[in-house]
Design a binder for this molecule. Structure first.
Ligand SMILES: C[S@@+](CC[C@H](N)C(=O)[O-])C[C@H]1O[C@@H](n2cnc3c(N)ncnc32)[C@H](O)[C@@H]1O
Length: 216
């Protein structure tokens, strides 16, 4: 990435990727549905002394045509949809947001990973407490429900979220349908293969330079 690269971070959260990229000279726009997350991203960028344009928006609606060299979606920000068609729509919007030849980088927990991991209850030590997590597979492996309970002292908070989970083959098909080419899957950011050891699914795709018109 060169200084001045324009980057769109879909589901930027607390600025995990947006802030360091801005620190490397990128012109970063972070989009998120959660104002609490955007507040955290604002604080993180101020602390790092960088500027990130933060937009409170739903990635299903956010389109700025041909404005970005790179679109990223980090740490499974993709998939919190009620309808499977919305995932496809977001990928089409990402295609539109890219300049010709621009690239998309997605980082997901894949269905293949969850097949090894889901169903095993987990306990994680967190600041001053413990987090208990349990996943339930829904709709024939289309979606996953994650229940969590945070116990701190005498108090316990419970919550859950549901998300679509995608296999590498499914994401490839969706990206191709959105008009992307050069679709490559990795098992991590170091370029490891997406195999039975992969803990992440990192997908790179390109809006082809010669693309014109609406993706099929
Ligand atoms: C698991 S967090 C990851 C955040 C960040 N990318 C990171 O790597 O830390 C997912 C983020 O996606 C955001 N998100 C989920 N659905 C969204 C949507 N439809 N539009 C915009 N943001 C969304 C959430 O608010 C949350 O901040």
């Amino acid at each position: 990435m060169t200084a001045g690269t324009s980057v769109l971070d879909l589901g930027c959260g607390p600025g995990t990727d947006a802030v360091p990229l801005a620190g490397r000279g990128a012109q970063v726009t972070g989009v998120d549905l959660s104002s609490a997350m955007l507040d955290r991203a604002r604080t993180a960028s101020a602390e790092a002394g960088v500027t990130v344009r933060l937009v409170h928006a739903d990635m299903r609606q956010f389109v700025e045509p041909a404005c970005y060299d790179l679109v990223i979606s980090g740490y499974t920000s993709f998939g919190y949809f009620a309808d499977p068609g919305w995932g496809q729509l977001v990928l089409c919007h990402a295609w539109w947001c890219l300049v010709s030849g621009g690239r998309l980088l997605m980082d997901l927990f894949s269905k293949e990973f969850f097949a090894r991991w889901a169903g095993i209850p987990k306990t994680v030590e967190v600041d001053g407490g413990q987090l208990f997590m349990r996943d339930t597979v829904l709709d024939d492996w289309t979606r996953l429900r994650s229940d969590w309970t945070l116990v701190r002292g005498d108090t316990a908070r419970h919550g859950f979220f549901e998300q679509f989970v995608y296999s590498a083959v499914e994401i490839r098909g969706m990206l191709a349908a959105a008009g992307f080419t050069g679709i490559v899957c990795f098992g991590g950011f170091a370029g490891d293969p997406f195999d039975n050891h992969a803990k992440r699914l990192v997908v790179e795709a390109t809006r082809p330079p010669e693309s014109e018109g609406i993706p099929s």
